[in-house]
Design a protein around this ligand. Sequence first.
Ligand code: FES
Length: 115
Amino acid sequence: MNKTPAYKWYRVCGTREIPAKEGRRVQFGDHQIALFHLGNEFCAIDNACPHKQGPLADGILGEGSVFCPLHGWKIDLKTGCALSGGLGQVKAYPVRVVEGDVYVAFGEGRLCANA
Ligand code: FES
């Protein structure tokens, strides 16, 4: 049986609320994600670095990745996998933009396949 995931999309902000090449924290109850505006798209991952829970939304953006502001681990924004620094992962969430609003499918995060 082919089972298609049923995402529940949540509007988190307008596209103009996050300047290009910056991130913001988004709160869902007691859970926090980091939402990034890459210039031509948005990405969302958990806002807790797999090393020691550093706030990834405050990190420095690289090419498709973010560097944790605490110790510099590099996290892939599409997969949530640590690319350098050590082994680890965070959840990455589906994001879509509709008519100037950014939506995140919170609760449907995917984990890195090789973690
Ligand atoms: S807490 Fe992120 S690199 Fe240490």
